[in-house]
Design a protein around this ligand. Sequence first.
Ligand SMILES: *Cc1c(COP(=O)(O)O)cnc(C)c1O
Length: 395
Amino acid sequence: MNTAVMPTYGRADIAFEKGEGVYLISTDGRRFLDFGSGIAVNALGHSHPKLVKALQDQVGTLWHTSNLYHIPQQTALAELLCKTSFADLVFFGNSGAEAVEGCIKLARKYQSAIGHPEKWRVIACSGSFHGRSFATLSASKNAKHLDGFGPETDGFDQVPFGNLNELRNATGGETAAIVVEPIQGEGGIRPADIEYLKGLRATADEFGLLLIFDEVQTGMGRTGKLWAHEWAGIEPDAMAVAKGLGGGMPIGAIMATENAAQGMTPGTHGSTYGGNYLSTTAALAVLEEVTSDGFLDRVQEVSAYLLQKGEEIVAKYPDVFQEVRGKGLMLGFVCKVTNLDMWNKLRDAGLLTVPADDNVVRFLPPLIIEKSHVDEAIGILDQVAGAWEHGDDGA
Ligand SMILES: *Cc1c(COP(=O)(O)O)cnc(C)c1O
């Protein structure tokens, strides 16, 4: 379908007109189980009553004033983010790429502020995804994403994901920071192991680097803890957050310790929209819900069930799937068939998922799913994989 929208996406030929909890209803009246959550964004599903109420109250009152003034909702959100994490200070932007790029700026400014302006390079990992701005593209070095856009931005070195020795070797007198996703999302749900994450912390400390986690996809309860790095029992110096944070309202954040943020003084960074009334009202409602008593326990419980059922399907269809991996409600089915075919067939059968690199189909359901939703999703997966295994590829 050709429209006036610039054709930068490979879109499925479908549109939705209503969302209800874990379901989306298409413009032609079909009902879909949404295990994609708008790419890990709709953390509380669609039309969550608390989110709807919070935004409805705000929408008739005040939308935007700019950061020339205090914004009480922004302050409250920053305080709750700090209370529930390692961070002391938060800066709000509008997207994940901006949050990662902001973390990179913060790291360079930190080194400059402590008397090391020569430290400005950032180490990132192969297979990573940090966004579509020039700096974040140059960190990830995905050739497909960089092709035709001219020379990369200098200042980024790449090491293999998961290899501490190579990381240590790549560290030099100009290195300012390391940026890593605790679980690579777009790269194909590739989890870093706990020892690697601990090693990153130790390496950063040893060489005087800032450790930046990109938790744009893994954060906000996605893995069953509020922040994925909590599983490793370590803390970064700075962290990029977005996607699930606003539950569907565009918002991103740089979270940092007071030490790491010491260069971020008045005038050093800014955003016109960042942290406005609507986005911070939504994010505050999401964060209050996700940090409420028992919420993350329920995520851990339902995700253990999903993983178990997913493993059963992988074992049942060894010609279709290679493995299922990930943590919490961030699972990747590594396919032996083409992942885009699997993604299309699952959707035709009523289940929305998200493709990723490494021939993976991602399950990123809303954090509010129940066992009955898992059963429904696994039933569809079983049916689609079964048709494949029996040679009827459904085409
Ligand atoms: C999605 C994503 C980004 C980019 O977020 P945008 O809001 O699309 O700019 C950055 N890092 C990670 C890990 C992501 O998953």
